[in-house]
Design a protein around this ligand. Structure first.
Ligand code: HEM
Length: 454
């Protein structure tokens, strides 16, 4: 079977009826799903058993239990991606055990801060291209969907810096295709459409086309000419791993699956964080002013260097606090491989553990005034006093995010650069959240952009 056939076959996983992502949807469909979650945790505690027809979930919000599943007994709990596998294929983020180690090790150096120098000019290029786009949008005065704008920026940054390629696809179209997957509430219609033999159009992009669009993206990236002859890009490391006889698991299909994974894990999350920071800056004039004042103090009117960006502590704190309030990955899911006991609860092999990081981030057990936006929570002094595992936007333990530091570099460069030149104004209704695979603003984040007078 060819790589393309394997990929096509995998696409049928979308909308699996038994998927937890799919099963949780009715619970989270109301106008304020996260309020429901917080009430549930308050009423029933940090470990809530949920019995479904033929499987059992444990809905967890206590940090001690996060530690057990993610760190101290991590080998007993494997990843869970049923129903959303077409996004990632069998990549680093989805697999377990030795295979995971064999896949992660050769890619790890691409995310060491020492590699960032190499990426920096390409991040600047992508942000400059976004400035041109914002300038056009400011001129036309049209309403801007911020999550789409930041997704296209994040995808451009990943393509240029990590893959050493210009973005070879239409990012607005691909963005809509990706949303077909992550909006799990649409999966039921897709599944029913499949069963009845006719796929229903449940989003702006036909789901059948969404599958094909997404699966065609890695091939397009691979087919694009490299921008440079840089040796230390993620793409170069993927190619080296593919040619390394000592890593037989790393074949051509692996490269394709890794690319797919990065084009989601490295875009959707950063995009949501950036979009929320624009929202915060438009609601809190003082936050916007402090970001600009810090940039002025560190690099003034000249172009920033990577060292400058690393000095933007207030801006980084804003990004961290945004990730506390709106963690893109609001829950981590694992499957128990063997029986275990957590706080007297008997966990059976096969049980699904849903760790709600959002609930910990918003719990008054761990945070003072959790609903207040306060970037100073991330000052070194206050960080020392924080309860361990109460802040997990990047997960914890050996399976935590490989790209966290890279995303702070992207955000701390993009945010002041764009805010310096533009004034994004949120023009939507009061915020409501949507708990899809990621935590998204219901109906998006509409903005109007104006160019600031210098
Ligand atoms: C604000 C931005 C980001 C957030 C909030 C985020 C969040 C996360 C979380 C929560 C996990 C762990 C999932 C789990 O335990 O089930 C994860 C894993 C991962 N992330 Fe990120 N991420 C971000 C940016 C990035 C970037 C920029 C990249 C790469 C370009 C990336 C690549 C990955 C990969 C490959 C994994 C799997 C690691 C492994 O299993 O070994 N992420 N991310």
């Amino acid at each position: 079977m060819s790589v393309a056939d394997v990929q096509k076959q995998k696409s049928h996983d979308l909308g699996e009826e038994q998927s937890i992502w799919f099963k949780l949807t009715p619970l989270l469909k109301g106008s304020n799903p996260m309020q429901v979650v917080m009430h549930m945790c308050e009423k029933y505690g940090g470990v809530i058993p949920i019995n479904l027809k033929d499987q059992k979930l444990w809905f967890m919000s206590d940090v001690e239990h996060f530690r057990r599943v993610l760190v101290t007994n991590a080998d007993n709990y494997t990843k869970y991606f049923d129903g959303i596998r077409p996004i990632f294929g069998d990549s680093m983020i989805t697999v377990d055990g030795n295979l995971w180690q064999n896949i992660r090790t050769p890619q790890q150096p691409a995310f060491h801060p020492k590699a960032f120098d190499n990426y920096f000019p390409f991040l600047v290029e992508a942000i400059n291209a976004k400035c041109d786009r914002f300038s056009e949008l400011a001129e036309s005065g049209e309403t801007v969907e911020m999550v789409e704008e930041t997704w296209t920026l994040a995808a451009d940054m990943v393509c240029r810096a990590l893959f050493d390629r210009k973005m070879p696809f239409n990012p607005h179209f691909v963005f809509k295709a990706v949303k077909t997957y992550t909006d799990v509430s649409s999966h039921k219609s897709i599944r029913l459409g499949r069963q009845s033999g006719e796929l229903k159009d449940v989003s702006e992009v036909d789901p059948a086309k969404a599958v094909d669009t997404w699966l065609s993206v890695p091939e397009m990236v691979l087919g694009e000419d490299p921008l440079t002859t840089r040796e230390h890009t993620l793409m170069a490391m993927l190619m080296k791993a593919k040619d390394d006889e000592n890593i037989p698991d790393f074949d051509e299909k692996q490269v394709i699956d890794e690319l797919k994974q990065y084009l989601w894990a490295g875009t959707e999350t950063t995009a949501l964080t950036l979009a929320w920071t624009f929202y915060i800056a438009s609601q809190h004039e003082d936050v916007r002013e402090k970001i600009l004042a810090e940039a002025e103090e560190v690099y003034g009117g000249r172009e920033p260097t990577i060292e400058d960006i690393q000095k933007l502590t207030y801006t980084k704190n804003v990004a961290q606090e945004t990730l506390r309030m709106f963690p893109p990955i609001w829950a981590l899911i694992r499957v128990a491989q063997e029986d275990d006991v957590i706080e007297g609860h008997e966990i059976k092999a096969g049980d699904k553990m849903v760790m709600c990081t959002y609930a910990a981030h918003h719990s008054s057990k761990y945070w003072n005034n959790p609903e207040e936006f306060d970037p100073d929570r991330f000052s070194p002094d206050r960080m020392k006093r924080r309860v361990k595992y109460s802040y997990l936007p990047f997960g914890a333990g050996k399976r935590s995010c490989i790209g966290g530091q890279f995303s702070f570099l992207e955000i701390c460069l993009a945010l002041p650069t764009l805010l310096k030149r533009f004034q994004p104004e949120y023009i939507g209704d009061p915020i409501q959240l949507n708990a899809t695979v990621t935590l998204t603003p219901k109906g998006g984040l509409p903005f109007r952009i104006t160019e600031r007078k210098s």
